[in-house]
Design a protein around this ligand. Structure first.
Ligand code: PEP
Ligand code: MG
Length: 582
């Protein structure tokens, strides 16, 4: 007798709204399954034997499928297995792995995975679609062999099927994009916070997502039916037939228009109840489903995170390709401004194999403007592409992760050189283009008075500013109670930046996640922020709220908060104000 498994109700942190249903596909992490082990000289032979056996067993398995597919489905599918057999049995490659095991005296699965990774990382970023497909095929076959060596499942998102709900410990931003292309219905993770880059990208692609669901990858099994509520942050595992049917009836795929709800706004940009206009803009990561609605409602772009173009393509796009992308965004949003941030790669936003040195603390490492300086050709071609797209005069340049005046001056010199080149080539661009910097590193906030003298605007990145000020990884759910931009220390730095902008008569925007948070918005306005740039899914709630608050009240709020000593006090006070509005 088959016993039906119980229904489970799981809770997590809501990241991207939307109610959806589907079938689970649990993905296990590659990093966790392959450990690096030193082996003794005497173990080498056995290690090679294990490896050869894993290859042979995998080949036997694939051959069996080929024969069965050939009988049941016929030619084309059987040919897929033929090509898998060719990949798995490539003598030259297998011999090179055996040689490496002897040379390095490391365990077979580690050596094999490293050799595979070396081969496919080049293919993965090829311009040729066939080559990229080849990479996915090799990944699929090799994961089978590694599974035999480790006795566990291995992650291979590249081979994933469409329309599943993906469950895993954590997905990288690049993986989220790959899932989006496969029309993933929802994402559930056991870890990660609401401000992680993975969360931001899921939100901008409108993928219903719940993070921080304890043991989701254990409690949910591949094939389970799931109902995911991205608004509430809940997951029903193996729901009753009645719940399943009801959700299916309710759920038509939510469109960007419905989700953003911008059509329900009486006017835009919003004004406070005492008539102060607040400039509200959107953060975009990739031109995507929300663009049409934003452009139509004349919402500008306060932060365009261009690094996702690299992550999507797996390589740096050419100047020409970038120009086409930036130019089409600039045209679409014209006359509203678009703020294009140069690549902020590094930390969790890169392909693992692009780093020759493994960083222990990537968030504190080779990231943003630092990486740009080390890749002068990449930086210059991006600047040239942005400048070329600026001829309508609605493009601004934003520099990420500036930490001091030396870096800023260097970046400005490089921009000047790119402008001089274009002038010489008689290419049209905006000679007065506005250049701004992110204030997201504490040292930049502290020295904002100096930095502000040299730029046209400041943009406060409260996500990183909070992470670095509080020494709390924004992606680490265990630190969620500590990571909070409302901490008095972070607010103090924000205040310095606002004051620096005011003294130098330049605008200041807040573009971190706090700018879309209805608890925080009154405080920021009271502190002197008139520009907010936020995730598109937050626009509706933010604009509605702004219409209900009085600017004069927000000034009092900011004054009171400034006296408070603890995060809890501040949160409680803002919550009380928010409740009183209802
Ligand atoms: C920030 O750090 O607040 C920010 C807006 O940049 P990102 O989230 O892309 O790091
Ligand atoms: Mg940042």
């Amino acid at each position: 007798m088959v016993v039906a498994k119980k229904t489970l109700n799981l809770d997590g942190i809501p990241v991207c709204p939307g109610l959806t249903f589907g079938v689970a596909r649990v993905v296990y992490s590659w990093e966790q399954t392959i450990e690096e082990r030193d082996i003794e000289e005497s173990e080498v032979e056995n290690e090679i034997f294990r490896f050869k056996k894993a290859v042979e067993d995998s080949l036997t398995e694939i051959r069996k499928w080929r024969d069965s597919a050939g009988r049941r489905i016929g030619g084309p599918v059987a040919r897929i297995f033929e090509s898998q057999i060719m990949i798995a049995s490539d003598r030259e490659f297998l011999n090179s792995v055996i040689e490496r095991i002897k040379e390095t005296r490391k365990n077979a699965e580690y050596v094999y995975s490293m050799e595979v990774e070396k081969t496919i990382s080049a293919l993965r970023i090829s311009r040729d679609q066939y080559m990229r497909q080849m990479a996915a095929d090799i990944e699929g076959v090799s994961s089978r062999i590694i599974r035999r060596l480790t006795g566990q499942s291995v992650r291979h998102i590249g081979q994933a099927a469409q329309d599943y709900i993906y469950v895993g410990k954590l997905f990288t931003p690049a993986e989220v994009m790959s899932l989006y292309e496969r029309k993933v219905k929802a994402i559930i993770t056991t870890s990660g916070g609401a401000n992680s880059h993975m969360a931001l990208i899921a939100r901008s692609l409108l993928i219903p997502t719940v993070v921080g669901v304890p043991q989701a990858d254990i409690k949910i099994e591949t094939g389970d039916r799931l109902i995911v509520d991205g608004d509430k942050g809940t997951v029903i595992v193996r729901p009753s037939q009645q719940d399943w049917n009801e959700t299916r009836k309710k759920k038509a795929r939510v469109t960007a228009r419905q989700l953003l709800k911008l059509d329900d706004l009486p006017y835009f940009p919003p004004k406070t109840a005492d008539n102060i206009e607040i400039d509200v803009a959107a953060n975009i990561n990739l031109p995507g489903p929300v663009d049409e609605v934003l452009a139509e409602r004349r919402v500008g772009i306060g932060l365009y995170r261009t690094e996702f173009i690299y992550l999507q393509n797996g390589k740096f796009p050419s100047e020409e390709k970038q120009f086409n992308i930036y130019d089409s965004v600039a045209r679409r949003y014209y006359p509203r401004p678009i703020v294009i941030r140069t690549f902020d790669l590094g930390s969790d936003k890169y392909y693992k194999n692009d780093h020759s040195v493994k960083e222990k603390n990537p968030a504190l490492g080779w990231r943003g403007i630092r990486a740009a300086f080390d890749m002068p050709a990449v930086f210059k071609s991006q600047l040239r592409a942005i400048l070329k797209a600026s001829s309508r005069k609605n493009v601004k340049i934003l520099l990420p992760m500036i930490s001091d005046i030396v870096e800023l001056k260097k970046a400005l010199r490089i921009i000047k050189r790119a402008m001089a080149e274009l002038s010489k080539e008689k290419v049209k661009f905006d000679n007065d283009i506005k250049i701004g910097i992110m204030i997201e590193v504490p040292s930049a906030a502290v020295t904002a008075h100096e930095l502000a003298k040299r730029v046209s605007f400041l943009s406060i990145g409260s996500n990183d500013l909070a992470q670095y000020t509080l020494a709390a990884d924004r992606d680490n759910q265990k630190l969620a109670k500590i990571f909070n931009p409302l901490h008095p220390a972070v607010l103090h730095l924000i205040e310095i930046a606002i004051e620096a902008a005011r003294n130098n008569d330049i605008p200041v925007t807040v573009c971190g996640e706090m700018s879309g948070d209805i608890l925080t918005i009154p405080l920021l306005i009271g502190m002197g922020v008139k520009q907010l740039s936020m995730n598109p899914s937050k626009l509706f709630g933010a604009c509605k709220l702004i219409g209900r608050i009085k600017y004069s009240d927000t000034v009092n709020i900011a004054r009171k908060v400034k006296q408070m000593k603890t995060l809890r006090q501040i949160e409680a006070f803002l919550l009380e104000y928010n409740m009183a509005l209802k």
